[in-house]
Write a protein that binds this ligand. Structure first.
Ligand code: XMP
Length: 513
């Protein structure tokens, strides 16, 4: 495996992504944790030093441990990583006046395995730069292999020690064919093979779960989403009947969803499953609650109470399995002061591991979302389940602004099902990040047949997104929208007007509450 030493760049994750695309396994670790002991335990086959916001010219600048250069493995420094390497190995970095941000033209000055099949010696290619400081003199043993107008040492190499430094960012798409540089570093320089596959991951993950859990019992919360589903099937493969899943049915699920979850896990995969059917309890607690934050808190609290009650009923549980993904566990490094490491963790049962004194089993920690989907397919989960749109923990409660009643939930559920059915029929489901309906607390006047109607307004939402952090509305054809509106008004009693939400995020959010 490859070690990525993180100096806090915004794009460190992309390095891991490029490595994964080359089928090489890597882990990102904050620079402060990488010392001689750590390296001995990790035993990397190659090391990459990421970029970062600091300047090596500042006092107390974050520096790689000397052991990094004594490990006998290839090292590739990127941007700040290059400067830190140069500074550590006796070269010279200069500050200030030669900033380059954005596209730059890089000219390859000398042959190097790093550039094999990328750009010929003497030729130029577009790369992406983002630096204030630059390398003024390469350390002893290094020579310059490429230059740009703002960086005479834009790429340097010590082929004997297999140390390389580049000022630009090969991991971003604006560096054309930059993935070739990573492939060269991994395959030509470090002699690795791109043999990391989902099947191999599955086997490794199963072995790791067995080793960690021993003969203890594990509980896993199923939400109906992809991440918890894949986690459950994987853990079940590892430890069988010693896994029990708890499905907290809030009553805020979509049409048919609860039956689908129970059917798939209990009946199809034979995973012991407790279906905590607590809709009325959630509905009672939400009585009169209209404030969105209050709704979320109310649901979150009962969710944990219910989960805990059932987890305790299983007895002697030692671990909680949850579907934490790679983007959730990246430890972001703050090199500009303050606490040096913050870890963002995300789960639906927050606080429970401490309360119940449970260890954590998180077999998806190394995966990106699309890889979780691939693993789900590998494990035989149905495509319809694996390719699902995200669904928020508080469910339909935050798609029903204002007071929540059983009647409104029933209307919303039916209308949402019609909408999604039409999206699937039109072959658009996979193009859309998330689509759903929201039932507005507004009634409007309509005419149906010869009579007057006075019913709810339903808003349709569909967005495209990469990670849910930003989003744009999906540009449906008007015919499609007209067809969906017609079906909903005809088939769903209680709705007599349908509108389409064309707000992007920001300034809007994806959900309505
Ligand atoms: P927003 O509405 O913040 O949503 O733009 C971004 C993404 O997150 C989902 N979401 C949630 N997921 N628990 C979850 O598990 C929540 O409380 C929650 N709130 C929003 C939302 O569906 C979208 O995919």
């Amino acid at each position: 495996r490859v070690l990525i030493v993180d100096f806090g760049s915004q794009v460190t994750q992309l390095i891991a992504r490029r490595l994964r695309e080359a089928r090489v396994y890597s882990e990102i670790v904050p620079f402060a944790r990488v010392d001689r002991t750590f390296l001995a335990g990790f035993a990397p086959r190659a090391i990459i030093l990421s970029g970062g916001p600091a300047s090596v010219l500042e006092t107390n600048a974050p520096m790689p441990d000397a052991a990094v250069f004594e490990a006998g493995v290839p090292v590739l420094g990127i941007c700040y990583g290059q400067q830190a390497m140069v500074s550590a190995l006796g070269g010279e970095v200069e500050g200030g006046r030669h900033r380059e941000f954005g596209r730059a033209s890089l000219t390859v000055a000398a042959h190097s395995p790093l550039f094999e099949g990328w750009v010929e010696t003497g030729a130029a290619e577009q790369v992406w730069m983002s630096h204030g400081d630059r390398v003024a003199a390469a350390p002893p043993g290094f020579h310059v292999i490429a230059a740009s107008p703002g960086a005479p040492c834009a790429a340097i190499a010590d082929e004997a020690r297999r140390f390389y430094g580049v000022q630009f960012h090969p991991e971003v798409m604006h560096t054309l064919r930059g993935e070739r540089i990573y492939e060269n570093f991994l395959f030509r320089v470090a002699g690795l093979k791109g043999d990391w596959t989902m099947a191999a991951y599955r086997d490794e993950a199963v072995a790791a779960i067995r080793a960690k859990v021993g003969d203890a019992r594990v509980v896993c919360g199923l939400s109906g989403g992809v991440d918890s589903a894949v986690t459950a099937v994987l853990v079940h493969e590892a430890i069988g009947e010693r896994l029990t899943c708890v499905f907290v049915d809030t009553g805020m699920m979509r049409e048919g969803e609860a039956d689908e979850v129970v059917g798939l896990f209990r009946d199809h995969h034979n995973i012991p499953l407790i279906h905590a059917d607590e809709g009325p309890r959630f509905l009672a607690a939400l009585d009169g609650v209209t404030d969105p934050e209050q709704k979320r808190k109310t649901i979150g609290k009962i969710f944990i109470d219910v989960f805990q009650e059932h987890a305790e009923s299983i007895g002697k549980v030692k671990f909680l399995a949850q579907g934490t993904l790679y983007p959730d566990v990246i430890e972001s490094v703050s090199v500009t002061g303050g606490p040096s490491v913050t870890i963002k963790s995300h789960h639906n049962v927050g606080g429970l591991p401490e309360r119940m004194n449970l260890g954590l089993v998180e077999p998806l920690r190394a995966l990106f979302k699309d890889e979780v989907r691939a693993l789900g397919r590998e494990l035989g989960l149905p495509e319809r389940f694996v390719g699902r749109h995200p669904f928020p923990g508080p469910g339909l409660a935050i798609r029903c602004p204002g007071e929540i009643t059983a009647e409104k939930l029933a209307i919303l559920r039916r209308a949402d099902a019609v909408y999604l059915e039409e999206i699937r029929n039109a072959g658009l489901y996979d193009e859309i990040w998330q689509a759903f309906a929201a039932l507005l607390p507004v009634r409007s006047v309509g005419v149906m047949g010869d009579g007057r109607s006075y019913d709810y307004v339903l808003a349709l939402r569909a967005v495209t997104s990469v990670d849910g952090m930003t989003a744009d509305y999906y540009p449906f054809e008007h015919d499609f929208l007209g067809r969906v509106a017609g079906r909903i008004i005809n088939e769903v009693r209680g709705v007599n007007r349908v509108v389409y939400d064309v707000t992007s995020k920001p300034p809007g959010t994806i959900e309505w509450e």
